[in-house]
Design a protein around this ligand. Structure first.
Ligand code: NAD
Ligand code: DAU
Length: 379
């Protein structure tokens, strides 16, 4: 029986990870720690999970009293740290929050785990550790900065973050590796490219485009839309993290990516085509269109649903041009390869959103509208 502390699992990837673990292993227990920020939603986690094997604690990863209590109450084998402020645009507005959660929160978790997991000292004075424990940090390809037209990020690529978000994630990685070097703490890090799939918060590109289509809004593309991201279906990321947590080497970093580079303009066009194709094939999907004028002709006319919805808007400050991951290390060492092709993954994702509008309504019922107006008004 393994016991996990999974932080940030009321968010996009963490929730998918918990669901994946519970479906794969019978003999595990999971404690989720999540502060339920605007990006966290209990409904995301609660749907289809076995509440006997997974308990939820609302709280901040920076709260030392709380993390100490959790480590006293549970004998964790693994900590998997997803909790973070994750949106680059928000980090440009409020960098301090990103440093607080992403850097100090990670350091607080590391320190709590260190106190709980150390068993003694070796002859050189280094701490000795409970057998089989592991602190896993979920990091991002953005720590490497930006690529030109060619080349890939490997684990040896120097860190060169540009946004407050990526700088905070790089700092967290450095503090994780400092605990490895200084205390011989058993740690691992994965650095993954852009994820997409169910439960992705609609401030991020793909779900935002789907939401705007359904609401009859224009589709904002930053700059000229030529920036490239390397897209990976979220379950493939979850599988990679599971492999690294259980079988990765201590102190190692693993890049995770799908060899699926697309410009933002390609992504937006493909999303438009996918929504349209699905709506043409299934009349029930057309019922989720929110703007009245398309309801008037029996929901049949989808001529408006084309690339003319795209608007090029002011670019993101410090916008990284291209990310592309070389995942050979995790493939060669652990046998991981992406299993979901982008063609399948995008259809699955769009279908999920068309059939889960109540989830979208729930997660965007708070500050989302103000956020959208603030972020896009002067673009
Ligand atoms: P998300 O924004 O959807 O979810 C983040 C979760 O963390 C939310 O549930 C939120 O409530 C929680 N949280 C935030 N601050 C917290 C705090 N102080 N204490 C406890 N919980 C807190 O993010 P995501 O897209 O699921 O990303 C998860 C992790 O994966 C992040 O660390 C991110 O940097 C990393 N990552 C994301 C991607 C991606 O494409 N989304 C790619 C690579 C790495
Ligand atoms: O690469 C991994 C990273 O991917 C993760 O570490 C981050 O947590 C995650 O948010 C994501 O960051 P990006 O900035 O790449 O994702 P986002 O969906 O915000 O934007 C994807 C691209 O689309 C980016 O080049 C900016 C552009 N974009 C985004 C939005 C929201 C637009 O053109 N228009 C938009 O409205």
């Amino acid at each position: 029986m393994k016991t996990y502390l999974v932080t940030g699992a009321a968010g996009f990837i963490g929730a998918n990870f918990v669901k994946y673990l519970l479906s794969k292993y019978d003999d595990i227990r999971i404690v989720v720690l999540d502060a339920l920020t605007y990006a966290g939603n209990l409904g995301t986690l609660a749907s289809d999970i076995d509440q006997e094997r997974c308990i939820f604690v609302k709280g901040d990863i920076c709260n030392r009293t709380l993390t100490d209590v959790l480590f006293t109450e549970h004998r964790f084998d693994y900590v998997v740290n997803f909790a973070a402020e994750s949106h680059v645009d928000r980090s440009i507005e409020n960098p301090q929050l990103f440093l607080q959660t992403n850097v100090l929160g990670t350091q607080n978790l590391l320190d709590t785990a260190r106190r709980a997991w150390v068993t003694g000292r070796d002859e050189q004075g280094y701490p000795t550790w409970l057998k089989g424990v592991r602190f896993h940090q979920v990091s991002t390809d953005e720590v490497y900065g930006s690529l030109g037209a060619t080349g890939y990020f490997t684990e040896q690529t120097p860190l060169c973050p540009h946004s407050p978000y990526s700088a905070s994630k790089a700092s967290a990685d450095l503090i994780v590796m400092a605990y490895r070097d200084t205390y011989h703490m058993p740690v691992s890090i994965t650095r993954c490219s852009n994820n997409y799939g169910p439960y992705h918060f609609p401030e991020k590109l793909i779900p935002l485009i789907i939401k705007n289509i359904l609401e009859g809004k224009t589709l904002p593309v930053y700059g000229d839309g030529s920036n490239v991201r390397d897209w990976l279906y979220v379950t493939d990321h979850c599988k990679a993290i599971d492999l690294v947590v259980r079988h990765g080497r201590d102190g190692e970093i693993y890049n995770v990516g799908g060899h699926n580079e697309r410009t933002n303009l390609q992504i937006v066009r493909l999303t438009i085509q996918t929504v349209r194709r699905l709506m043409e094939a299934h009349s029930e999907y057309r019922k989720v269109l929110r703007h009245k004028e398309y309801h008037q002709d029996g929901l049949l006319n989808l001529d408006w649903l084309n690339d003319s919805l795209i608007t090029f808007v002011k670019d993101r400050l410090g916008h990284d041009q291209r990310y592309a991951i070389d995942p050979s290390k995790i493939t060669n060492e652990l046998g991981w390869t992406p299993e979901t092709s982008f063609d399948n993954g995008i259809v699955r994702t769009v279908e999920w959103y068309l059939t889960h509008q109540s989830w979208v309504d729930e997660v965007t019922s708070g500050d989302y509208q103000h956020y959208y107006e603030r972020m896009y008004a002067d673009r």
